[in-house]
Design a protein around this ligand. Structure first.
Ligand SMILES: Nc1ncnc2c1ncn2[C@@H]1O[C@H](COP(=O)(O)OP(=O)(O)O)[C@@H](O)[C@H]1O
Ligand SMILES: [Mg+2]
Length: 430
């Protein structure tokens, strides 16, 4: 009896303890659920557990949508940045890259373009660029500068620094890098061109002025001297007018204002025409002129312009061959088919030749191997630039090879008729 009493008491105590334990456990869970319900409902009102599961599911779906939208817009931003032709570099206050596009790497010659988190000093080699970013980062100011770099290629870069404060007071510097190489080169080219033209015009003008002044001071007694001075004036003014004509020609060709009258032309007709013009000059300078041109090689081109190109080459060949002190003096103009698509006109001389280091610059405006010699033969330094432009307008190429003291060979390669689509479409007759 006593045993049952003890068992009853023990069981009662155990039951009581379990009851208290489960009561508190339930209360705690209720508290947690109430807390969750508050968080998700944003109000004091309790959400029933069944409903809470639905709300949580909806929240999960919302979060997933937002996450994928955030990822998408980040990815889109990255694609947009990569397609911007200017370099964009964003640097944090510690000088570490947070964002960059591939243009930055292209401009600065950085091979591995994963720059995020890297310090600027580790990736940018150009001292001026580093200095510029560093200064604007420290002072946290707007800045602008122009930097010229030589590696991986010569470029002029315009850099703008823009300080920006992001959320949570995060300071970053946006650096926009613009490639202004072509503008700068054009500026340099213009400057050089103006200086060349002024110089070329000044020389004959000074000479005309000088001789005219001498003539005025003279009492015109010595007729021979007067005649000689007048001849010089005549020569110099003719050179000025040639120069101006060449300049106008070049300008028109460059601006596409030259009207090309494209038609079927037999190359031998061009060569015949040129040879008739230059023959008297070749004879008077003691240069033998040889012509060998197969008939019926047709090209689609402008007769006058092709004559101008071949005439320029032949004129050079004769004049620079005549400059040779001794030896064979001959110029050969030939034309032939070189393959099923192309033919060529070749002007070969046994003249003074051209040094190999000058060959690559020969077609530049005003470039002359020997200025004094070119002036002596009445050159303007523009002839070969004009030839090149004419040939290119015919979808052709011009080549040169030469050996100093032995002679030069200029070759115009043109597409054979029916395989060409002339560049100057506007002026092609129907
Ligand atoms: N056949 C040639 N033989 C030697 N030098 C040449 C020949 N053709 C051109 N040159 C060189 O190329 C330069 C440029 O030629 P060009 O443009 O026709 O100008 P230029 O008016 O001086 O003749 C010349 O000044 C000359 O030095
Ligand atoms: Mg010339």
């Amino acid at each position: 009896m006593e045993f049952f009493l003890i068992l009853f008491v023990v069981l009662s105590v155990l039951f009581f303890v379990l009851f208290v334990f489960f009561y508190f456990l339930h209360k705690r869970n209720l508290k947690i659920l109430k807390g969750i319900s508050h968080i998700i409902s944003d109000s004091e009102e309790n959400i029933p557990i069944i409903k809470m599961i639905d709300v949580l599911k909806e929240m999960k779906a919302n979060l997933e949508t937002r996450y994928s939208e955030a990822t998408k817009s980040r990815e889109n931003m990255r694609i947009i940045l990569q397609n911007v032709s200017d370099g964009i570099l964003i640097v944090d206050s510690e000088g570490k890259v947070t964002i960059n596009n591939s243009a930055v790497c292209e401009f600065l010659g950085i091979e591995n373009c994963v720059l995020e988190g890297k310090k600027l000093v580790e990736i940018v080699e150009n001292y001026d660029m580093l200095n510029f970013i560093d200064k604007n980062l420290k002072e946290f100011t707007n800045g602008s500068t122009e930097i010229s770099i030589v590696y991986p290629q010569r470029r002029y870069l315009k850099c703008d620094a823009i300080p920006v404060i992001l959320k949570e007071n995060e300071h970053v510097l946006i650096v926009v890098i613009k490639d202004i190489t072509s503008e700068r080169e054009l500026d340099n080219f213009r400057r050089e061109f103006i200086s060349n033209v002024s110089h070329e015009l000044k020389t004959p003008l000074t000479s005309i002025h000088g001789y005219a002044e001498t003539l005025l001071d003279d009492d015109f007694k010595d007729v021979e001297t007067v005649k000689h001075f007048l001849e010089i004036i005549e020569n110099e003014s003719a050179r000025m007018s040639r120069l101006i004509n060449d300049l106008l020609d070049l300008q028109k060709l460059e601006e596409g204002k030259t009207k090309f009258e494209f038609q079927n032309i037999d190359l031998s007709k061009i060569v015949d025409y040129v040879s008739r013009i230059v023959k008297p000059m070749a004879d008077s300078l003691g240069v033998e002129l040889k012509i060998s041109c197969n008939k019926e090689i047709y090209v689609y081109g402008d007769f006058d312009r092709l004559v101008q190109a071949v005439l320029n080459l032949t004129d050079n060949a004769i004049k620079y061959t005549a400059q040779k002190e001794s030896g064979v003096k001959s110029v050969e103009v030939s034309c032939e088919i070189i393959n099923e698509n192309e033919c060529q006109i070749r002007v070969k001389d046994t003249g003074i030749g051209i040094p190999s280091d000058a060959l690559s610059r020969l077609f530049e405006r005003f470039y002359r191997v020997d200025k004094a010699r070119s002036r002596k033969v009445g050159g303007t330094g523009l002839g070969l630039s004009i030839v090149k432009m004419i040939v290119e307008a015919h979808n052709g190429q011009i080549k040169v090879s030469s050996e100093l003291g032995k002679g030069s060979e200029f070759t115009i390669i043109l597409p054979i008729l029916s395989k060409v689509s002339p560049k100057n479409g506007d002026s092609i007759p129907a």
